[in-house]
Design a binder for this molecule. Structure first.
Ligand code: SF4
Length: 392
């Protein structure tokens, strides 16, 4: 394992940028699937380093962003009940439901707690036998193993006051739905390294074949992304389909077999609604029959909540790579991280939040040709801007 700054080295970035300019002969549209990748790309200005015509569009890989508003309302309904301790990772607390968020429930006296692991909830359940402890199990394949482990342990320990409100989603079915859409313009994909760390990348091979596209698994550092883009463009130019693994220092082809086995024991595949996109067949996980006693939706009967999305928010189009955040009329005005209208602005992985934090003061979009001058991978996070006296 190298040190982090080696993945941010400007000289290597410059070499990759020139290699990319040498290999790219025509326009290509590439989607980075994960919000973590989006944040690195916008934060370090990688999209501004690319040759003319190489466009990056942002995918649906932000679990907070795609959690349906109905499920947020269900979480709020459960958390508002007496004798409930509602536990969640911190990023779900400010995601707007139809009328309020979980933070408002906490402010009104509800016992809403931020945890750093679902296993913390088992300890809380042990310590509070007269309370129902509910964990908001949101995420892609990345978080599914830890959530599965919490449920598995709860069963082994005979815990009766613990349950999970599940909103797990799966990357490959969402990719298949997007790539088969008539409006699809994605020609290559950067797959998310952390998802593949768990699941491996065998399941991306049929997708690559079916849609005749290259897929490159990447990490989340600036050079990971630049190398991933370079490899993807190289495959596109050569007319090659298949899967390449840029993140080989972490990702194995078979993933983590023990984690996969645990997920398959505790969960089963189901249809799942994606916020702003709609229902995608076989794109989610729900508790399997052997573990359904831990299903908060059964325990609290909060099914059936139906709400409409905001008319203004175009996050569904952004999550499908069809629009960019600055094309939303509410971006930066009616919708800011302090007053978000949609989940892509509130989530720390959301594309709208990335553009707001790192790119809202950019000049009109330009795609400069690589120069002979060396490139800087400039961190344009607010902290960095303050220390450099820059404004955005
Ligand atoms: S800027 Fe706000 S309203 Fe517009 S798409 Fe993003 S989250 Fe939705």
């Amino acid at each position: 394992m190298k040190f982090q700054d080696e993945y941010r080295d400007p000289r290597t970035a410059d070499k990759l940028r020139h290699a990319l300019a040498d290999v790219a002969t025509r326009p290509w549209t590439i989607m980075e699937v994960c919000g973590g990748q989006t944040h690195t790309i916008v934060r370090y200005g990688i999209d501004e380093l690319l040759p003319p015509g190489i466009e990056l569009v942002h995918g649906p890989g932000c679990p907070v962003c795609v959690t349906p508003i109905e499920l947020i309302d269900q979480a709020i309904a459960i958390a508002s009940q007496p004798n409930v301790i509602f536990c969640s990772f911190g990023d779900m607390l400010r995601v707007p439901g139809s009328t309020r968020d979980l933070l408002a429930v906490k402010a009104a006296g509800g016992d809403v707690r931020i945890v750093y692991s679902p296993l913390d909830c088992l300890r809380i359940a042990d310590q509070n036998p007269r309370h129902d402890v509910v964990f908001f199990a949101v995420g892609f394949e990345t978080t599914a193993p830890a959530n599965a482990m919490a449920v598995w342990q709860a069963k082994r320990r005979g815990l009766t006051n613990f349950s999970v409100l599940v909103s797990h989603v799966l990357v490959p079915p969402a990719m298949a739905a997007m790539l088969s859409s008539p409006s699809n313009r994605v020609q290559g994909v950067l797959a998310a390294g952390h998802v593949c760390t768990v699941m491996g990348y065998d399941e991306y091979l049929p997708l690559s074949e079916q849609f005749q596209i290259p897929i490159v698994v990447t990490g989340f550092e600036p050079l990971d992304l630049l190398e991933g883009i370079y490899r993807c463009v190289r495959m596109l130019e050569a007319g090659r389909v298949g899967v390449e693994n840029q993140y080989a220092r972490v990702v194995r082809r078979a993933g983590n077999p023990e984690a996969i086995q645990l997920v398959r024991e505790v969960f089963q595949v189901c249809d799942r609604k994606w916020r702003g996109i709609g229902t995608i067949a076989q794109s989610g996980l729900e508790l399997s029959p052997e573990y359904e006693q831990f299903d908060a939706q059964r325990r609290f009967t909060v099914d059936g909540i139906e709400v409409a999305e905001s008319n203004l928010c175009i996050s569904g189009l952004i999550l499908q790579g069809l629009k960019k955040p600055h094309e939303c009329p509410a971006f930066g005005g009616l919708c800011t991280p302090e007053h978000p209208l949609g989940a892509t602005m509130v989530s720390s992985e959301g594309a709208c939040a990335a553009y707001f934090h790192y790119a809202r003061f950019r000049p009109a979009p330009t795609l400069p040709s690589p120069s002979k001058n060396s490139v800087e991978l400039t961190d344009v996070s607010p902290q960095s801007q303050a220390s450099h006296g820059r404004n955005g």
